[in-house]
Design a protein around this ligand. Structure first.
Ligand code: HEM
Length: 480
């Protein structure tokens, strides 16, 4: 679908959304909202009752009447299975607010306004896309760790069929034999081993292209159906462009590994800067998709009392910088991977027999050491990882007595556990000389930790003004 077509569909959706908002406002003056006003706010009730009504199939233009039913969809169920029974109830009920019931709320901007069913469909699509990106990152990690990334020596944006006959395989193998990696590291490799590394790289590339199609087709369908608001449309178009750019960055990265290294002793490898750019961009796409999916299905954060909203605001002051620190640590990990710095010192806590290696500033200018010197890059990653663990521990410690929503408390606990696991995985990876299994688990762990940080930061957002106004000062029936 062309850019112009997307823009015209978004304009049409904007107009339709405007119509739906007006019809909604009309209906809000009706008996329905008066009824609702006498009881709990429907959006508020979402978080305190698990017997919510089911998602309803409503035509887009009859959205106003939907308000009357205060329908609620459970788009976001049990993202964490908490062991403690009563938490589970709250977690399960962190489902989405009915789009229609929340539509006329002050300060609440919905990303999908075409009703709960549309909200649910778009949410499922976006969560699936995020999970796909997650799997792409893991597959990319395996490709790198099995040293398969330089097996394909050319690239087409649209992709191509793999070699199908023995003759095709021999042609591909011949091309690979001209590459510096074959000449310096894999000389004498047999065709079966070549086929393995080729298939790894091929799978990574094709999985990425499949993601592009899996994203674009539902996107154009939802646009046509009028489910996508202009705000969401712009955000998703930006993510789609980043995704397309990711393929280009990937090839730009691989190209650097196909060039002859500057010295005859150097091993051919991709530029650490390009690898870091590729990984960081994958993280950014994942985070953007996951955050957007959450915003679609959970437009309001869980808030049952003003006290809990205040508690969440206090958590936010710490959770935001901690989230940024996790992101920086992950990017520093990308430089460890890009420089193969995991093999620089395979001891812990000391690096060799020193706490700080002697050569950390051996490169000139000094700045280069932070990105290219394996000792400095590994030391940075250790320091940042320790700071991350300590700050997540600090977040957990300083919030343990706060009056906060149980879901938020549970998320902080899970983040703490995941940070400890991630550090353990990192140390194990290092001590065992970066095996494929642990390296991959450590990479997936980084993304899981980021996921939890996003979830936490999303959950402690400030609720809309109208939800805030409807809240009691203290949560009722906490343990029921
Ligand atoms: C919160 C803590 C941590 C986070 C978020 C984190 C994140 C990352 C990330 C994103 C990578 C790049 C993954 C890849 O492309 O393969 C990485 C690589 C690495 N990290 Fe960590 N890490 C953490 C803690 C640690 C610790 C404590 C150590 C050991 C002291 C460690 C050792 C390594 C090593 C050796 C690699 C390179 C693995 C490879 O070459 O594939 N990490 N880390």
């Amino acid at each position: 679908m062309s850019g112009g077509r997307i823009i015209s569909l978004l304009r049409r959706n904007k107009a339709l959304n405007h119509i739906s908002q007006s019809s909604l406002k009309r209906s809000s003056s009706s008996r329905v909202l008066n009824d609702e006003a006498s009881s709990l706010n429907p959006c508020y009730r979402l978080f305190s009752s698990s017997s919510s009504s089911k998602a309803q199939l409503v035509p887009f233009r009859s959205i106003g009447s939907l308000t009357a039913r205060s329908s609620i969809i459970s788009g976001f169920r049990s993202f964490v299975h908490n062991q403690k029974g009563f938490y589970t109830k709250y977690l399960r009920n962190m489902s989405t607010t009915a789009s229609a019931c929340a539509q006329d709320k002050e300060g609440l901007k919905l990303l999908v306004t075409a009703g709960p069913r549309a909200q649910k469909m778009v949410g499922i699509w976006l969560f699936t896309s995020a999970a796909w990106v997650f799997s792409m990152v893991v597959l990319g990690g395996v490709t790198r760790l099995t040293r398969s990334g330089l097996s394909m020596t050319d690239w087409k944006f649209t992709g191509s069929l793999p070699p199908l006959s023995d003759e095709d395989w021999l042609i591909e193998f011949e091309k690979y034999k001209q590459s510096p990696e074959y000449k310096r590291i894999n000389k004498g490799m047999n065709i079966d081993d070549f086929k393995f590394i080729y298939w790894m790289e091929y799978a990574h590339r094709m999985w990425g292209r499949a993601l592009g199609i899996m994203f674009a087709l539902p996107f154009s369908y939802f646009l046509r159906k009028g489910y996508i608001t202009p705000r969401l449309g712009l955000r998703l178009s930006a993510l789609f462009a980043l995704g397309a750019g990711q393929g280009l960055i990937g090839w730009w990265m691989v190209k650097s590994g196909l060039e002859e290294p500057p010295s005859e002793y150097a091993q051919p490898r991709v530029s650490p800067y390009r690898l870091a750019a590729h990984l960081t961009s994958a993280f950014a796409i994942y985070c953007g998709l996951f955050w957007t999916a959450l915003s679609v299905v959970m437009p309001e954060p869980p808030a049952e009392s003003v006290a809990w909203v205040h508690g969440a605001a206090k958590v936010k002051r710490l959770a935001l910088p901690v989230g940024i620190l996790v992101g920086i640590t992950a990017v520093s990990g990308a430089f460890v991977a890009g420089n193969d710095a995991g093999h620089a010192f395979n001891t812990f806590p000391k690096m060799g027999d020193k706490w700080i290696p002697d050569d950390i500033f051996s490169m000139k200018p000094i700045m280069r050491n932070f990105f290219e010197n394996t000792s400095t890059v590994q030391l940075d990653h250790r320091i940042l990882a320790t700071a991350t663990l300590v700050s997540i521990g600090g977040l957990w410690w300083s919030t343990r007595k706060l009056d906060i929503h149980p879901a938020i408390r549970s998320l902080i606990g899970s983040t703490m556990g995941m940070a400890a696991l991630q550090v353990t995985l990192g140390i194990s990876t290092l001590l065992s000389y970066v095996p494929v299994s642990l390296g991959t688990a450590h990479q997936a762990g980084a993304l899981t930790l980021l996921t939890l940080m996003i979830l936490l930061n999303h959950t402690i957002r400030r609720p809309s003004l109208s939800l805030l106004k409807s809240l009691p000062s203290v949560a009722k029936n906490l343990m029921v």
